[in-house]
Design a protein around this ligand. Structure first.
Ligand SMILES: Nc1ncnc2c1ncn2[C@@H]1O[C@H](COP(=O)(O)OP(=O)(O)OP(=O)(O)O)[C@@H](O)[C@H]1O
Ligand SMILES: [Mg+2]
Length: 358
């Protein structure tokens, strides 16, 4: 039993189980299981806001998952990103994060700090210990720059590289930590088709170096060309996981993510079923909104009627009170009215004054 477990763990590089990440009331990642085995390229797809980057952040110690566990080669990962890198997981970011005022070579050297005795600060501040190790590190860094095709720009400032090359440099920096698994968050975003094809080749070459790959991308052609397995997240949940062919032809993926059927997509019948289900769901929402709206209108009308009734009652009471006062005034003033003064003139004036005062 133990032998079997060890054998399975030996080939499983990443094992994420029941990963859930909540931000207040929002559950960005819901109970996601995902494994990556050595020699594999696994793709993670899903619409914007599906939770892909959040899931990466949970895997790399940037976020501590609300629930769940992440193992790298059988060991639970510590919840600190530099410890995760040291353990063997490297990553790139959706929004490129380079030291823009450092050279291309220096950026790769900084990426090596987890594998040298000298730390990050030593590399950044170029302390004496850093220089001692520098020769060996430089050689390794130059090898990596050659591997990704940027050796000729080693002395250029990172910020002067075109966008596509900055993405490649980020990959080189990640590789500098000698990872067993690399996580790439939209590595071809902003690349032209030619650069994207080159990136595909680069990722195959990374896999051939014995590094497992987990990659997020919106470019479906890229994903389905590249990946041995693809998982699709929708609203934080794993909708499906399978081979490129399986995921590509799953009607839920087509409906939820790709929007419209494409080559190899399910037949018209299934597409119509999905469409009908969506229309039904939409109609239900519209109905619920209309109902709520009608209820609100009815409530508002009732309230208005009540208010009007109250106001009318108040007015009636005021009128009655005014009449009473007028009567009282008339009675009280009557005896004082000189016989020769017209009674109604005097009474009118009193009533009017009292009425206004009320
Ligand atoms: N730190 C955070 N605090 C609060 N909410 C967050 C945080 N990070 C992510 N979210 C939310 O989690 C959800 C998932 O976001 P995430 O960035 O993981 O999506 P994504 O699948 O990577 O999308 P995209 O394809 O656009 O990059 C979104 O609703 C987002 O607003
Ligand atoms: Mg993202």
């Amino acid at each position: 039993m133990t032998t079997t477990t060890t054998a399975i763990e030996a080939e499983t590089v990443l094992d994420a189980r029941g990963v859930t990440m909540r931000f207040g009331g929002l559950t960005a990642v819901k109970n996601v299981d995902l494994t990556v085995k050595s020699g594999e390229i696994v793709g993670l797809i899903g619409p914007n806001g599906a939770g892909k980057t959040t899931f990466f952040n949970c895997l790399t110690g940037l976020y501590i998952p609300t629930e769940g566990e992440v193992r790298y080669k059988g060991t639970v990962l510590p919840p600190k990103s530099f410890k995760v890198t040291a353990a063997g997981i490297a990553r790139t970011f959706q929004n490129i994060r380079l030291f823009s005022n450092m050279t291309v070579l220096e950026n790769v050297l900084v990426g090596r700090h987890t594998r040298t005795k000298e730390g990050l600060w030593s590399a950044l501040l170029r302390l004496p210990g850093f220089h001692k190790e520098e020769a060996a590190s430089r050689e390794k860094a130059m090898e990596l720059l050659e591997f990704i095709g940027l050796a000729h720009k080693a002395e250029h400032l990172a910020r002067n590289l075109p966008y596509g090359e900055q993405r490649k440099l980020e990959i080189a920096r990640a590789l500098a930590s000698d990872p067993g698994l690399i996580l790439l968050d939209e590595p071809t975003a902003g690349m032209n088709p030619q650069e994207t094809r080159a990136a595909e080749e680069l990722i195959f070459a990374i896999r051939d170096k014995g590094i497992a790959v987990l990659v997020i991308e919106h470019d479906m052609r890229f994903i389905f060309n590249l990946c041995d397995r693809v998982a699709c997240l929708v609203q934080g949940e794993k909708l499906i996981e399978g081979t490129a062919g399986e995921v590509q032809s799953d009607e839920r993926v087509v409906a939820a993510y790709l929007g419209e059927p494409f080559e190899g997509a399910p037949g018209a019948e299934e597409a119509a079923e999905v469409e009908a289900a969506e229309a039904h769901a939409e109609a239900a929402v519209v109905e619920a909104v209309e109902e709520a709206f009608e209820e609100a209108i009815e409530e508002a009308a009732e309230e208005a009627a009540e208010e009007a009734a109250e106001q009318a009652a108040d007015e009636e009471a005021a009128e009655e009170a005014a009449e009473d006062t007028a009567e009282t005034a008339a009675t009280t003033t009557e005896p004082e009215t000189p016989a020769d003064t017209p009674a109604d003139t005097e009474a009118d004036s009193t009533t009017s004054t009292d009425g206004e005062a009320k």
